[in-house]
Design a protein around this ligand. Structure first.
Ligand code: NDP
Ligand SMILES: Nc1nc2c(c(=O)[nH]1)N=C([C@H](O)[C@@H](O)CO)CN2
Length: 242
């Protein structure tokens, strides 16, 4: 007997930890079947799997990573309620140009090539959603609009991801809404030292990290709003005004 396909599932990329893990767990708590993409196996992935999520592994830096993930999603889902592009690589740009170009290729693959392929390949599953509208959410960065030159390669790729959202909003309307969430200082990396953290928060109007729930609330609100597409929503504590 063939396994039944998931209906109206939510795909979250980069769901193994931090924001992506919160988004996957939040979507499950809202009652959506969840397809959790991950690169590195984590306790979070095991938690999601134990809770009933379908977990699919893949490296989106691989040029075929997006098409392969799309194929794996089509094998388990008959329709999709939403696709949330959360997966992301994040590094300061290397001083050596050859190294920086290798970073640029990875950022482009993860932030532009894979979401581009996934949106094109999964659009028919979003069209098949039983709800009045389906959603795609691109998670970019406030730096997509106003880059930090120390992270120029990363910022440029996030700007590409942001621009892609606007094209897909035009291409997939009216069934599919496509929107952008721009995080600010949500959750520092372990390698952020105390001075860097203090400087960032001193430049942030609300003076604190947002936490993963801040992104979860923004994504949930977008999915609930039938009349929002092509929107760019900053969740940054006011940092972009600094
Ligand atoms: N945290 C913050 O303050 C901010 C976050 N954002 C954005 O919000 C989103 C979530 O942030 P955050 O949770 O901190 O992100 P992280 O950097 O903690 O993790 C992102 C996820 O993407 C995955 N990933 C990285 N590289 C690849 C790859 N080559 N192939 C597949 N998956 C990959 C990671 O997998 P693995 O576990 O294998 O590393 C991880 O699960 C990201 O898009 C980020 O750019 C924007 C501004 C600020
Ligand atoms: N993929 C990621 N992208 C970004 C992160 C992160 O942790 N992972 N963090 C930032 C910010 O520097 C933030 O930590 C402090 O402002 C930007 N993008």
């Amino acid at each position: 007997m063939t396994a039944s396909l998931l209906q109206d599932a939510v795909l979250v990329t980069g769901a193994g930890r931090r924001v992506g893990l919160h988004l996957a767990e939040r979507m499950m708590a809202l009652g959506h079947p969840v397809i959790a993409h991950y690169r590195t196996p984590t306790d979070g992935v095991e938690r999601l799997r134990a809770a009933g999520a379908v977990c699919l592994q893949g490296d989106l830096a691989d040029p075929d990573g997006g098409p392969r993930l799309a194929e794996a999603v089509r094998a388990v889902a008959g329709s999709l309620r939403a696709v949330i592009h959360n997966a992301s690589a994040f590094e300061v740009t290397a001083p050596d140009t050859a190294d920086a170009l290798r970073q640029l290729d990875v950022f482009h693959a993860v932030h532009v090539r894979a979401p581009f392929a996934l949106n094109r390949e999964l659009a028919p599953l979003l069209d098949a959603c039983s709800a009045r509208r389906a959603d795609i959410v691109h998670i970019t960065d406030i730096y997509a609009d106003n880059p930090n030159p120390a992270f120029d390669a990363y910022c440029a790729s996030k700007a590409g991801l942001q621009n892609l959202a606007l094209s897909f909003a035009k291409r997939l309307a009216p069934k599919v809404k496509v929107n952008v969430v721009q995080p600010g200082p949500i959750l520092f990396k372990e390698w952020h030292g105390p001075e860097a953290r203090a400087r960032v928060l001193s430049e942030t109007l609300l003076g604190e990290e947002g936490g993963v729930e801040a992104i979860g609330m923004a994504v949930e609100a977008i999915l609930r709003n039938h009349y929002q597409t092509g929107a760019v929503v900053a969740v940054d504590g006011g940092r972009r005004l600094a």
